[in-house]
Design a protein around this ligand. Structure first.
Ligand code: NAD
Ligand code: AKB
Length: 312
């Protein structure tokens, strides 16, 4: 049995990733780990350990003693939260990664997944169908940490043969778990407010296009990337990945088509500047060519599933 550890497992991605990995590899094979004292109900079908990604000694001891072969390292501060606490964001987003990369370098871990983000791009990046290889001058502490993380992942692969794989996730949209402090969170919040109040005030302006993806696609991409033969993984920084792209106005129109009483207005805050520095849409042809990636959910399909499943 391959033992898999998911650090940061109680967040938006971790919750669904742990469930999907347990379905594929068995409940006991996938250990959920997070800062939280208690494991959320939804993850109680398998093992849970309280773990601080910054506690290097505990992480090392746990991984070595329990013969963990694969680590998904999800613990991080996201873009909006990171801007409020840059020093800690840099520390959390980088130190945890080095602990895991070093364990792999020493031969204790066989495979690592570490997520990057569209935040690695900046205002000087071509915004439409942003290519895999292009100008990357991020202007947020989160983006800087993700870009640095990508460089270190590639370095550890080239220099020490570490099998590390990564995706530049777009904004992720889900209903099983809530988002945790990002700039794209409006695209989840909007569904809760649509269902509970029939109206939503958006913290981004109406014509702010951003790359987004439904969580089912993101989880499938992650596991497909991790299960692909190593020789197919040509990019060891992080792969561009595209799902759907839309503006708040376009998303609102799709919601209104299914829920005609829905209303939206706009009150942009500090997150507008972050969103303005990110791409409108992504070219993910390298992921398609190298490991066969193809998104299944467009905006319309995602909106339908979200409205059907979000509890008001
Ligand atoms: P989240 O904020 O929802 O979850 C993060 C989890 O990590 C939380 O459960 C938190 O308790 C845990 N955590 C925080 N500090 C920790 C620590 N020191 N030790 C252990 N656990 C800790 O984040 P998410 O949306 O699930 O994102 C996971 C990863 O994916 C992050 O690296 C993020 O940058 C990346 N990502 C997410 C998105 C998105 O839209 N959700 C997009 C791009 C990249
Ligand atoms: C955020 O908005 O910070 C995240 C991301 C795109 O990395 N959702």
């Amino acid at each position: 049995m391959t033992k898999i550890l998911v650090i940061g497992s109680c967040g938006q991605i971790g919750t669904e990733l742990v469930l999907a990995l347990r379905t594929q590899f068995g409940d006991q094979a996938v250990i959920a780990a997070d800062l939280k004292d208690e494991c959320p109900d939804i993850l109680q079908n398998g093992p849970y350990v309280k773990m601080d990604a910054l506690d290097r000694d505990h992480v090392r001891q746990y991984i070595i003693e329990n013969k963990i072969e694969q680590v998904y390292l999800l613990a991080a501060l996201l873009s909006a939260t990171a801007e409020k606490n840059p020093d800690f964001a840099w520390r959390l987003n980088m130190e945890g990664l080095f602990t895991i990369l070093d364990l792999a370098k020493e031969g204790h871990i066989k495979k690592i997944f570490w997520p990057s983000s569209i935040a690695v791009f900046g205002p000087t990046t071509p915004a439409d169908l942003t290519p895999q290889h292009t100008i990357m001058e991020p202007t947020t502490v989160y983006g800087i940490s993700k870009q640095a993380g990508e460089r270190w992942c590639e370095y550890y692969h080239n220099k020490f043969g570490v099998d590390v794989r990564s995706i530049r996730y777009p904004g992720l949209i889900s209903y099983k778990s809530l988002p945790g402090g990002g700039t794209t969170d409006y695209a989840v919040d909007i569904f809760y407010k649509a269902k509970s109040e029939g109206k939503f005030t958006c913290f981004l302006s109406e014509n702010t296009a951003l790359p987004m993806m439904f969580m089912d696609d993101a989880i499938r991409a992650t596991i497909e990337l991790m299960e692909s033969p190593a020789e197919q993984i040509k990019i060891r920084s992080a792969y561009n990945l595209a799902g759907c792209s839309f503006t708040p106005a376009q998303l609102a129109a799709e919601i209104k088509a299914l829920q005609p009483n829905f209303e939206i207005d706009y009150a942009p805050d500090f997150r507008q500047a972050i969103a303005d520095s990110w791409p409108n849409s992504i070219d993910d042809s390298h992921a398609t060519k190298d490991w066969g990636w193809k998104a299944q959910f467009d905006t319309k399909a995602m909106v339908k599933v979200m409205l059907e499943n979000v509890n008001s």
